[in-house]
Write a protein that binds this ligand. Structure first.
Ligand SMILES: [Zn+2]
Length: 200
């Protein structure tokens, strides 16, 4: 007896609404008395107030970040960087790779040539094309961005990569990688975080 049981969602909502309207502890207790199953002590309300204040402070920082023009610009630039890497990985027709129509060709996949004609490509072929694109990308920009920025975001989008090496997945599921890249290229926003955007 005398112990406060854990409050329900509705009870907390009522208490927090009171805090947000700057009601004092006494008023909140009076207001909620009727709807509460067990009357709440002053200590109980004060503890909830502490939780509320902490949550409000954290949220305020998060909201400030959301609307900070500098951070918005940084995020925009970051997504552009990631989109650029995605685009590079889709070069040389990788963005056109589809599962083949069975009655047309024997291979499981098809790829469009520069003139639009379709040709066969197998799993190994897709893997090779992706590898070549990555090689060219690294030749041009180095591998740091790919490894430290792109992969953490991409593994959030393509969950088959989680806990595995890129090389391994590239060998095992190259079509799935190409398909995920294509979706990302269209969407141009990226889930997940990397060392660069973790504090935004
Ligand atoms: Zn990032």
């Amino acid at each position: 007896m005398g112990k406060n049981p854990d409050p329900s969602w509705e009870e907390l909502e009522l208490i927090f609404k009171g805090f947000s309207e700057n009601q004092d502890e006494q008023t909140i207790r009076e207001e909620i008395q009727e709807s509460m199953s067990v009357p709440k002590s002053k200590r109980f309300i004060c503890q909830r107030k502490l939780h509320f204040d902490v949550a409000r402070k954290v949220l305020q920082v998060a909201i400030t970040r959301e609307i900070d023009p500098v951070i918005i610009e940084q995020r925009k630039h970051h997504f552009a960087q990631l989109a650029d890497i995605t685009k590079n990985l889709l070069e040389n027709g990788v963005d056109t790779i589809k599962i083949a129509c069975h009655d047309l060709i024997e291979s499981e996949y098809q790829i469009a040539q520069k003139d639009g004609a379709l040709s066969e490509i197998d799993k190994e072929g897709i893997s090779n094309e992706l590898e070549r694109n990555l090689y060219n990308l690294c030749l041009d920009q180095g591998s740091w961005d790919f490894e430290n920025l792109f992969l953490p975001h991409f593994s959030e989008e393509y969950t088959g990569l989680k806990g595995k090496y890129w090389e391994q997945v590239l060998e095992e599921n190259p079509y799935e990688i190409a398909a995920s890249l294509r979706i990302l290229a269209r969407r141009a926003t990226f889930g997940g975080i990397c060392p660069i955007c973790k504090d935004w």
